[in-house]
Structures are given as structure tokens and as C-alpha cells.
Design a protein around this ligand. Structure first.
Ligand code: ATP
Length: 238
């Protein structure tokens, strides 16, 4: 087994008196696509936000690439390749598609590499190439999700954290976004994916974690979780 790129041990997060994350352990190895599933309010988004320093942990440890990253200042996370695509996407509505993508590369100065990655993003998302001069705020929800993922790719992530990429999108667009997620994974980008759409997430991932009320209750190969009857009843609508 290879060493974990990300290792989370006994992580606890509280908002005032609300204990959103109650001592979880999880890891992501280099090249893996790992899904974190669970009901509304289980603590999934809080976990991702804590991994990129938007929320500070109340206890436990986060080790990324051998370094303790639990309490860095927010801008250090992107430098280390820990990049979050937030729920609701967070595109800059008054900037064009291309300007949004360039923002993803703002910590880099390798011009040729940036141009290369821009071409790669436009290959992954031909729709964005067509619309590269359009203001991002006027794009459809699916297109904005593409911009958000494209912008993250522009920062050359070592670990890409995706929070609910299917949120609010029509089923056919969700399929498209997941096709792209598979393509990015096939290129070797390591990902931790939070999803309400548990079936799609587990069909796409290598491994999965199930989170309930701030705790990890199951962890296994995605295929094993898909075949688990309790999971099917609780999360897969079967
Ligand atoms: P969802 O899928 O609905 O986003 P989630 O699993 O991502 O759910 P979180 O958003 O992490 O869950 O929320 C976990 C718990 O923490 C919830 O009870 C939520 O109300 C609470 N919570 C989240 N953010 C805050 C905040 N800023 N202040 C206070 N409580 C919060």
C-alpha cells in the first residue's frame, strides 16, 4: 500500500456549541478518487472546508504530503496543491470565463505551463472555449460548474476537493460533469469528492466513506459500499 497523500486523524470541528465533526479518520492516497457521502448536515462540507483552512479544527490532525496542515494561513493551501471547488461553485460573475480560469493560476508564474493548462481545460470543456469571453455570471449552472472545476485545474492541484458538483444540475448535465471528473481522474489527479448523489459518487470512486452526524460509520471500496444493503436502503433509494 502506498503512503497516504492526505491523512486525517481524529479530526474534530465545532461551530460554537455545535459539534459538526466528531473525531473522524480518513485518508486519500496518491491517484485515488475517494467519495465522502452522507445525508444533509452530516458534516461533509465542514470536513472539506477544514482541509483547506476555511474552518479551524477543534482537535485532531491533518497531514498532507507529510506536513501538518491543520493550522496554516488560508493562502498556503493552494501553494501546496490543496484546492477546493466549493458547493455553489463560487465563480467570479463579472469576469469572463477566461479571466476566471486565469484566476486559478494566480499563484503561478510559469507562463508556458499556464498556457498549456489553459489549452487542456478547453480540451476538457469545449463549451468553455466557445464561451471564453462570456461573463461567468451569465452562464448556466452546469457551465459555471465547469468553470469552477477548470479554475481549480489551473492551479495544478495535488488534491482536488469537490463539494457537491451535481448540486442543482439537470441529470444529463450531472452525467457530463461526472464524465469530466472521470477524465481528470484518469489523468492522475487525486480527488476527494463530497456528494449527495451517493450512487453516482460510488460508481465513480475507488473508495468511499459514509458520514453520519459527524462520524464516519463505514469505509470501504466503492464497489463494496454499492453492494451494501444498508447503504442501498439509506442512500441509494433501493
Ligand atoms: P449538506 O450536504 O447539507 O451541505 P454536510 O454534510 O455538508 O451537509 P455541513 O454543511 O458540514 O454538512 O454541516 C454540518 C453541521 O454543521 C450541520 O448541523 C450544520 O447546520 C452545521 N454548520 C455548518 N456550517 C455552520 C456554521 N457556519 N455555523 C454553525 N453551524 C454550522
Amino acid at each position: 500500500m502506498t503512503d497516504a497523500l492526505l491523512k486525517v486523524e481524529d479530526l474534530k470541528v465545532a461551530y460554537g456549541g455545535i459539534h459538526a465533526v466528531k473525531g473522524i479518520n480518513l485518508e486519500v492516497r496518491q491517484g485515488e478518487l475517494v467519495a465522502l457521502i452522507g445525508a444533509n448536515g452530516a458534516g461533509k462540507s465542514t470536513t472539506l472546508k477544514t482541509l483547506v483552512g476555511l474552518v479551524k479544527p477543534a482537535g485532531g490532525s491533518i497531514t498532507f504530503n507529510g506536513e501538518n496542515t491543520a493550522r496554516l494561513a488560508p493562502y498556503h493551501y493552494v501553494n501546496r496543491g490543496l484546492v477546493l471547488v466549493p458547493e455553489g461553485r463560487g465563480v467570479f460573475p463579472r469576469l469572463t470565463v477566461e479571466e476566471n480560469l486565469q484566476m486559478g493560476a494566480h499563484t503561478r508564474n510559469d507562463k508556458a505551463g499556464i498556457a498549456n493548462d489553459m489549452a487542456r481545460v478547453y480540451d476538457l470543456f469545449p463549451r468553455l472555449k466557445e464561451r471564453r469571453l462570456q461573463l461567468a455570471g451569465t452562464l448556466s449552472g452546469g457551465e459555471q460548474q465547469m468553470v469552477a472545476i477548470g479554475r481549480a485545474i489551473m492551479s495544478r492541484p495535488r488534491l482536488l476537493l469537490l463539494d457537491e458538483p451535481s448540486m442543482g444540475l439537470a441529470p444529463i448535465i450531472v452525467q457530463k460533469i461526472f464524465d469530466i471528473i472521470r477524465m481528470i481522474a484518469a489523468e492522475g489527479v487525486t480527488m476527494l469528492l463530497v456528494e449527495q448523489n451517493a450512487k453516482l459518487a460510488l460508481e465513480t470512486a475507488d473508495r468511499g466513506y459514509v458520514m453520519e452526524s459527524g462520524r464516519i460509520t463505514l469505509a470501504d471500496d466503492a464497489k463494496v459500499l454499492l453492494a451494501n444493503e444498508a447503504i442501498q436502503q439509506a442512500y441509494l433509494g433501493e
